[in-house]
Design a protein around this ligand. Structure first.
Ligand SMILES: Cc1cc2nc3c(=O)[nH]c(=O)nc-3n(C[C@H](O)[C@H](O)[C@H](O)COP(=O)(O)O)c2cc1C
Length: 334
């Protein structure tokens, strides 16, 4: 396996039971770094201090065009945090959590050893979760699984399920319009191009073009072409089809503070792992959330006054998706 994919080799049974407290917390971070993040920026830095894991935003991985207010960045930190909480729970580590109140403050996880052994099995699905950008089968997930997803909550955050009917048609239409609009913006494409890599990349961050179904030969040109050409106009029918799905999920929050962005990320990660457990794929789609008009339209579609923070497709992929690269724990934790 190439060194930029090594992080995915983590094994649940390799937990350093006999190691120091610090070794154990570092091991848990190994699950944190497998979380999804915008353009696979992996915008996190972890610091282990005594009984705490501190999660900081990495300012070198901000996206001034695509994520001006850093909402998606803190969402990504929330997803990484949730992986650590889930992994910790599996080994009987419970964490007290403290959320940032202003930009630059870290998320603080304070470890406690739990009293009860409550083996958390979602940990086993962390290495199998992948964003799947292919067409989804026209099959609805089982009702009981949809209910489990729909019932998931994080304090102040909820998920709405959209499937079928006019509501879904309106949502797909919104996704198509906003995707075209975002991708027609040269500054957005230029920033994205910095994170789109060839299929043979040795980079530990960013997205090899194969995650978008691009073959290797063409992938050699993609990062350059993307800078200058609105590739959306060349989308094939198949690629357009991947904007639809039997089910969509919208995560929204009652308030709209930093803590809510983090909590939305936590909620998505739990849903994505649950979906993975049942053989379902998830695919984040952030385009409608880039502008106020976009998120307000989404609000009206799902009929809520909560603030939509995230949108994803949910279903059975028609093709296998492949992992993107990752930094190692050593690269981003100290
Ligand atoms: C906040 C956020 C926004 C994202 N937006 C999109 C998106 O609009 N379109 C897309 O295809 N993937 C999107 N993704 C998925 C990331 O590109 C993906 O998580 C990253 O490339 C890592 O790949 P993985 O999820 O397969 O591990 C988003 C992820 C996050 C966390």
């Amino acid at each position: 396996m190439k060194s930029n994919f090594k992080a995915w080799e983590i094994k649940v049974e390799d937990f350093p039971f006999k190691g120091s407290f610090k070794d154990k917390l570092f091991f848990l971070i190994g699950f944190g770094i497998l979380a999804p993040s915008t353009h696979n920026t992996q915008p996190w830095r972890f610091r282990v201090k005594d009984d705490k894991v501190l999660i900081y935003a990495n300012s070198e991985r901000e996206l001034p065009v695509g994520d001006r207010d850093k909402r998606f960045l803190y969402f990504s930190l929330g997803a990484a945090m949730e992986n650590i909480l889930i992994a910790g729970k599996h080994y009987n580590f419970l964490f007290e959590t403290s959320y940032p109140k202003s930009l630059g403050e870290p998320i603080v996880l304070t470890a406690k050893i739990g009293d009860i052994v409550d083996s958390e099995e979602l940990i086993y699905h962390i290495v199998n979760r992948i964003s799947n950008r292919h067409i989804f089968k026209d099959i609805l997930p089982e009702e009981r699984v949809l209910k489990l997803v729909g019932d998931m909550r994080e304090e102040g955050a909820r998920v709405d399920i959209v499937m079928g009917g006019e509501q879904k048609e309106r949502l797909v239409d919104l996704i198509k319009r906003t995707t075209h609009s975002v991708m027609s913006e040269p500054s957005f494409r230029k920033e994205l191009a910095g994170y789109v890599k060839t299929n043979i990349t040795g980079s530990k961050f960013g997205m090899p073009a194969y995650v978008m179904g691009v073959p290797t030969v063409i992938s050699l040109l993609v990062p350059t072409v993307l800078k200058y050409v609105d590739v959306e106009s060349f989308k094939t029918k198949k690629q357009e089809g991947a904007m639809n799905a039997p089910v969509f999920g919208v995560i929204s929050t009652e308030e709209d503070e930093l803590k809510d962005w983090v909590k939305a990320g936590q909620l998505f990660q739990k849903i994505a792992l649950l979906a993975t457990k049942y053989g379902l794929s998830t695919h984040p789609m952030a385009a409608p959330l880039h502008t106020e008009t976009g998120y307000r339209e989404l609000q009206s579609i799902i009929n809520t006054n909560f603030r939509p923070q995230f949108l994803f497709r949910l279903g059975y992929g028609t093709e296998k998706a492949w992992h993107g690269p990752r930094m190692t724990v050593e690269d981003c934790a100290y």
